[in-house]
Design a protein around this ligand. Structure first.
Ligand code: CDP
Length: 212
């Protein structure tokens, strides 16, 4: 069973999903980390993230796993490397290709079939787990999202905003697994809400729907 948390970068998905999973005793799945793993491997192998065939065969060649909060490619911990700005940019590019998405979705469905998950991403409620009993779509004003990311990673909020808007565009315009609100999702604007307020709200929805 999956609680789906989707939305654009900086809307608070990771913090909310991680905290909610801990509170409910569910497992947390960071689907974005998987696209980041494909991107990192493309950069390391000299494959072009924008080239569908190269990115897809890279995605199909690696084994991604999660262990105690760490992200592993073929058993090697890459938790830090996948957060670099280069990988962030390349992740958004590899995520456009249908073959890459298919490989990731198969893997994500295999993982979530084994237990109770809070999964976050762009397409969890629409593609990965359309029958999820609780779908949440988090949003926030673009400037707020950029500020939050700048606080996490450092950097100039204005530059981050420009890069984020470009990634939002790629996410919403792509043909497969586009970033969009599922018809039955609950939308929460987190611009003026603290993390705990958002987690409380989603946890209350989960309780109301008998999921905990
Ligand atoms: O939070 P941020 O957007 O910086 O990164 P992320 O959630 O780790 O996702 C990295 C990239 O993977 C995003 O730019 C999306 O294009 C892509 N992604 C996706 O296409 N589908 C998902 N379910 C999750 C992430």
């Amino acid at each position: 069973m999956v609680i789906a948390i989707d939305g654009p970068a900086g809307a608070g998905k990771s913090s909310v999903a991680r905290k909610l999973a801990a509170r409910l005793g569910f497992t947390y799945l960071d689907s974005g980390a998987m696209y980041r793993c494909v991107a990192l491997t493309c950069l390391e192998w000299g494959a072009d993230p924008e080239q569908s065939g190269e990115a897809t065969s890279t995605a199909e060649s690696i084994g991604i796993s999660f262990e105690d909060g760490d992200v592993l490619i073929d058993g090697v911990d890459v938790s830090e490397e996948i957060r670099s700005p280069e990988v962030t940019e390349a992740a958004s590019k590899v995520a456009v290709h249908p073959g890459v998405r298919e490989a990731m979705v198969i893997e994500q469905r295999r993982m979530i079939a084994t237990g109770r998950y809070v999964a976050e991403g762009r397409d969890i409620g629409t593609v990965v787990s359309p029958d999820s009993p609780l779908k949440v779509f988090l949003t926030a004003r673009p400037e707020v999202r950029a500020e939050r990311r700048a606080e996490e990673t450092g950097g100039d909020p204005r530059e981050i905003l420009v890069a984020q808007l470009e990634r939002d565009r790629r996410d919403t315009e792509r043909e497969h697994g586009a970033l969009k609100t599922a018809d039955d999702a609950v939308e929460i604007d987190t611009s003026d809400l603290g993390l705990d307020r958002v987690v409380d709200r989603v946890a209350a929805l989960a309780a109301k729907r008998g999921l905990v």
